[in-house]
Design a protein around this ligand. Sequence first.
Ligand SMILES: *[C@@H]1O[C@H](CO)[C@@H](O)[C@H](O)[C@H]1NC(C)=O
Ligand SMILES: *[C@@H]1O[C@H](CO)[C@@H](O)[C@H](O)[C@H]1NC(C)=O
Length: 267
Amino acid sequence: MGIKEYVPPYLGTNLSDFDLLTGVSFASGASGFDPLTAKIMLVLTMDDQLELFKEYKVKLERIAGAERAAEIVSTSMYLIITGTDDLANTYFTTPFRRNYDLESYIEFVVQCASEFFKKLYGLGARRMNIAGAPPIGCVPSQRTNAGGLERECVALYNQAAVVYNAALEKEIKRLNGSDDMPGSVLKYIDLYTPLLDMIQRPQAYGFDVTNRGCCGTGVFEVTLTCNQYTAHACKDPNKFLFWDTYHLTERGYNLLLTQIINRDGLQ
Ligand SMILES: *[C@@H]1O[C@H](CO)[C@@H](O)[C@H](O)[C@H]1NC(C)=O
Ligand SMILES: *[C@@H]1O[C@H](CO)[C@@H](O)[C@H](O)[C@H]1NC(C)=O
């Protein structure tokens, strides 16, 4: 995205002033807009991440002075990429939110998202790029969990992503530059369409495999269970869209991001 080679985690060690001035990541893997999603997985909630952002702003002021720090915060681009685990994990895999039907759970998640955007705005952010959900039903782990013997895409999960994305996009359009958030620019990023195309037309992108991950068997392994001891990587990761059963390969992300930037750009 032309920012820098590697946007380091804010909680990483040995961050330089240069890193703090040019962008860091507050993301916590497996989190979600629904605070329960992070709690189930023992990771940081979105509110926890906002606390870190507040701490970051103090450091930024120390480095750049109050005026320049405020300018950096208000002119910087924010990428908000979460929500998938609310559906895939919390709703479809655990029993904890089954007191909601799918439609009302989606409404609840979008409400949580909306509150998050307003809080981030309150801390000075203006340019927010917000990703929707991918075709959750075609992610290798979900094919394994619920796609039957043939590991087909799970239609219900994809449908849930479509409904969620429509509701999220509508809320983003409502908030964008509204009286709730004057001067804000919110943009919805469609991951669903380009990723589904990559899954359905592998050859067009130079992939051989899009229904299994590169590491191990490709149908179970995810994050830490992909390692050199139990799950060897495939010979050529560039031929795989997915690295593990949930996350793309580096080449997969590269092609996805390139399409998004070339098509709509970011704000
Ligand atoms: C910490 O960062 C500084 C400057 O970027 C570098 O010179 C140093 O080697 C780093 N230390 C460690 C332990 O990585
Ligand atoms: C947000 O508002 C800006 C004007 O401030 C407009 O150019 C842009 O198209 C709007 N985006 C969305 C997603 O509504």
